[in-house]
Write a protein that binds this ligand. Sequence first.
Ligand code: CA
Length: 236
Amino acid sequence: MGNMMAKPKILVVEDEASIRKIVQTYLESAGFSVTCVDNGRDALTLALSNPPDLVVLDLNLPGMDGMEVAARLRESSDVYILMLTARGEEADRVAGLRLGADDYLTKPFSPREMVARVEAILRRQRDVGGSRQDHTLRFAHLVIDLDRHEAVVAERPLDLTVTEFQVLWALAASAGRVLTRDQLLTQVWGSSFYGNDRVVDVYVGQVRRKLQEQSDAPMIETIRGIGYKFVDPKQT
Ligand code: CA
């Protein structure tokens, strides 16, 4: 990190003291500036007065629940949100991702995994938020050049159609974050597309097959019932 970059600020919203402490400890060790609160109202107040770069948000909070906190945060900011959910909250996860959460972790989770997710989300923020016009994405096994419409795996270009390339670009540009089928539809086909969102599954399937022909590294994860996530295998 360059010296221009201040420590990224993380706001942790979690009512269970033991989890809050673990999350804080691991994030601070990883070099983040961490503030913790145990309820939604304090989270919103703090997010307004001292906007964080990312919010780690427990979904199941007493009083104002995490879903409402996420919705209210989204009214006024584009802050990144990593949701913490309990097992069996599949419907909540889907709703949370649709509300604009960027990724989620299911409890119990590994603190190291949590730090890796936070870093992945913020890395994307730097990549797309930087002023440099970088139209190339580089991963351990894959390089994608937007201007040349070329994706290279193991030094060999993939034979992708235009739409397949766009699907891969959309996923890779959001590396580490879950994209819902709706988000992929909007990004690749545009918001005027009225077809079935299963078209997304078809294209992702084709892209994945072509990637696998040239590399064993799993790069596109299926998030059941929600969508897909591009992962850089060197990070896992
Ligand atoms: Ca809780």
